[in-house]
Design a protein around this ligand. Structure first.
Ligand code: 10G
Ligand code: SF4
Length: 327
């Protein structure tokens, strides 16, 4: 018989909402208050089931494409970013747009535009079909080639080996991306690196926290949705860091009792950048109900970054405040 006091939870910090997600979710809420329901949102505003369901209840309508939005309506673009053709299509259909693209994704879009103008071949490391990759590729489709991980490197062809740059999706595994870059450099020694990290601070910090807890954890529970790239990466990073098992769950109710074998003494808990804290709290309650009441914080970084709301929304909120002030 083992003592229950030996059971503990390692809780990763930072975890959950990043600045870009916080801004995007607040933008939908503020838009609903300012303009009234419905507010159309192209693509899930962030890749989280609970967030999407909650905003739907408040009056957001999520669509795959802008052609599903009635003319004259308001459409918001998700935090993952969109290709310029999506802006053009919205303009053609006379839609009012609010762009909730994270500023750190916009930064990568601008890099793509600049390198394309200088006629570089751009090797974009990212996951095929992911919304962010589709948006970034759309900035310079004739110059960008997708590289989907280290195994994809041998398939890459370029026009001029002396003029090649790599960029990346913001939510990738840092270690796997460096492996991809090393292999690309072997093939293209003149490969140019992006001016600053494309994998964002939030992705890096969440992975670093999981690495700190991974070796000690018998089980890691990552809260996040199946279509959330950064959340999925946390499961892989946990396993890579030595965790004996790691699973992704949307809700505490998805945790399988069978994961908590007698050998499991230390459970790591973290959450992806699109995950509200309430979902982590429910997981901690679930664990506490099974003897895991001792919670230790494993801290990899402090985060204080915030982004202001999308400019179209700020403009209308300011005008509304001025109207109210004028009586
Ligand atoms: O991790 P991905 O890119 O799938 O998105 P997410 O919505 O789960 O998390 C927030 C990250 C973004 C909005 C992409 S920059
Ligand atoms: Fe922005 Fe990074 Fe969050 Fe994506 S994961 S929304 S790039 S802060």
């Amino acid at each position: 018989m083992t003592s229950t006091t030996a059971r503990r939870v390692l809780l990763a910090a930072p975890r959950g909402y990043c600045a870009g997600v916080d801004r995007a979710v607040i933008a939908v809420e503020k838009a609903l208050e300012q303009y009234g329901a419905p507010i159309y949102v192209r693509h899930e505003i962030v890749h989280n089931k609970y967030v999407v369901q909650t905003l739907e209840k408040k009056g957001a309508i999520f669509v795959d494409e802008t052609d599903e939005v009635p003319e004259g309506s308001i459409v918001m673009f998700s935090a993952h970013g969109v290709a310029p053709t999506v802006h053009e299509e919205a303009e053609r259909r006379k839609l009012a747009t609010i762009d909730a693209t994270c500023p750190l994704v916009t930064k990568v879009h601008k890099e793509a535009v600049r390198f394309a103008k200088e006629d570089y071949d751009i090797l974009l490391i990212g996951h095929e079909g992911h919304e962010e990759v589709i948006g970034t590729s759309g900035e310079a489709p004739d110059h960008i080639t997708l590289v989907d991980g280290p195994e994809d490197v041998d398939n890459v062809t370029v026009r001029d080996e002396s003029k090649v740059v790599w960029l990346s999706q913001t939510t990738l595994s840092v270690d796997e991306t460096m492996e991809t870059v090393d292999r690309l450099k072997q093939r293209f020694p003149a490969l140019v690196s992006p001016p600053s990290d494309d994998i964002c601070y939030a992705t890096q910090n969440r992975q670093n926290a999981v690495k700190l807890m991974g070796a000690e954890a018998d089980l890691v529970i990552v809260v996040g949705s199946q279509n959330s790239s950064n959340s999925k990466r946390l499961v892989e990073v946990a396993l890579g860091a030595g965790a004996k098992a790691a699973y992704l769950v949307d809700f505490a109710s998805e945790i399988d009792e069978a994961w908590l074998t007698d050998e499991v003494r230390t459970v790591g808990v973290t959450s992806g950048a699109s995950v509200p804290e309430v979902l982590v709290e429910e997981v901690l309650e679930w664990l506490a109900g099974r003897g895991f009441t001792d919670v230790e914080l494993v801290k990899a970084a402090e985060e204080s970054i915030t982004f202001s709301l999308p400019k179209e929304l700020r403009r209308d909120l300011r005008a509304e405040a001025a109207r109210k002030a004028a009586g």
